[in-house]
Design a protein around this ligand. Structure first.
Ligand code: IDP
Ligand code: MG
Length: 138
């Protein structure tokens, strides 16, 4: 059954000019782009989005990085979207990412790793609602 997930093309990938190439990978893998917007976000917005990581040693660096320049917010749809996007993304650390994954191709480090994807149904619902209003998801 069609499922929705949330994704971000992170500031490192946008800065490098990889937005179009990453979107092409996503579409090639069979995802429909339900909603898309490019914008910059504040540190406070990044902190709210990543609240589950509050207190971790990388929290400050992560939220500073995510608010360091424009990024692309996406809502994607396909059968098994959540798990399939995680597979397409590859491991968090690009050094461990499988050949052919987005992080293998486009990420440079654990911190600057090109793409975000929701890790479960509950997080997908929270993350879609955090960045998109209902009228943007029709
Ligand atoms: P995920 O993005 O693969 O789901 P998470 O564990 O949810 O990985 O971590 C969120 C983000 O925080 C990662 O994508 C990465 O950018 C950053 N991050 C996670 N662990 C580290 C770390 O040990 N050092 C630096 N950054 C990290
Ligand atoms: Mg995660």
């Amino acid at each position: 059954m069609a499922q929705r997930t949330f994704s971000i093309i992170k500031p490192d990938a946008v800065r490098k000019g990889s937005t179009g190439a990453i979107l092409a990978e996503i579409e090639k893998a069979g995802f429909k782009i339900v909603a898309i917007k490019k914008q910059s976000i504040s540190k406070q917005q990044a902190e709210g989005f990543y609240h589950v990581h509050l207190g971790k040693p990388f929290f400050k660096g992560l939220t500073e990085f995510m608010s360091s320049g424009p990024l692309v917010l996406l809502v994607l749809e396909k059968d098994n979207a959540i798990a399939d996007l995680r597979k397409l993304m590859g491991a968090t650390n690009p050094a461990d990412a499988e050949e052919g994954t987005i992080r293998k191709k486009f990420a440079s480090s654990m911190g600057e790793n090109a793409i975000h994807g929701s890790d479960g149904e509950e997080t997908a619902a929270f993350e879609i609602g955090y960045w998109f209003a209902g009228y943007e998801l029709i």
